[in-house]
Design a protein around this ligand. Structure first.
Ligand code: URA
Length: 230
């Protein structure tokens, strides 16, 4: 990782304070002063700040139940950030593996490990995302077949990957997809003449949502590993 990120992940310094320390010659890597904050360092390198050894905090893997009316952003925008009131520290280091719309609720996975989140978000890994969907009209009889075959969404050049539809009631369904195009679920139903009235993510891969709205927990080691193996 970059040297300034390493310093931030090991201290409570902001990115700009870390850069200042590096540029002022206070940071050494394997005994040599390094003044370029863009230098790459490995986690095993010996990095010191004013002679004190730095150890980066371990990666974090968090499951959260996103409430409606919050956004998947580190900072408040038109709606409050989903981190508001959670007391999760150093949120600026975290990112969300598969964002939800402001009006969507449910499971979000949050981390500072970019390699791990890639396994969740890239369509090539076929990681399942399961949504409970409320609809404005009764579902069409041929919807499951259409979704399985793939739908060409407006503005896209390729159809969606095969998706599985389970009908709970005529206006409530469970949809499993393995990719995450912009507003994908809403656009899929719109493409077959319906409209999503409520959207809730229940599962990602093997991880089920099991905390109340607005609450969060760390993933277990097995849950973290389940995505590495995927
Ligand atoms: N698809 C959508 O349309 N919205 C979401 O929030 C997630 C998936």
């Amino acid at each position: 990782m970059r040297l300034d990120k390493f310093v931030c992940k090991s201290t409570s310094l902001t990115r700009s304070d870390a850069i200042q320390c590096i540029q002022h010659g206070k940071v050494s890597v394997n005994g040599e002063t390094v003044k370029d904050e863009r230098s790459q360092v490995h986690e095993n390198n010996s990095v010191t700040l004013n002679g004190t050894a730095l150890t980066p905090r371990p990666f974090r893997y968090i499951l959260m139940h996103k409430p409606a009316g919050t956004i998947c952003s580190n900072v408040d925008e038109a709606y409050p950030s989903l981190f508001n009131g959670t007391r999760i520290e150093h949120t600026e280091e975290l990112h969300i593996a598969g964002r939800l719309d402001a009006d969507t609720t449910g499971l979000v996975l949050i981390t500072d490990d970019g390699h791990w989140s890639f396994n969740i978000t890239t369509p090539t890994k076929h990681c399942e995302k399961v949504y409970r969907v409320g609809l404005s009209r009764p579902i069409r009889d041929d919807a499951a077949a259409l979704f399985h075959a793939g739908i060409l969404l407006q503005g896209e050049s390729k159809p969606t990957l095969p998706a599985e539809l389970y009908i709970v009631t005529p206006k409530e369904v469970i949809l499993t997809i393995t990719e995450g195009k912009f507003h994908q679920v809403k656009r899929m139903f719109s493409a077959i003449g319906n409209r999503v009235t409520s959207l809730h993510r229940e599962r990602i891969g093997e991880v089920l949502l099991d905390v109340e709205e607005g609450k969060w927990r760390y993933l277990s080691e097995n849950e973290v590993a389940s995505f590495k193996a995927a």
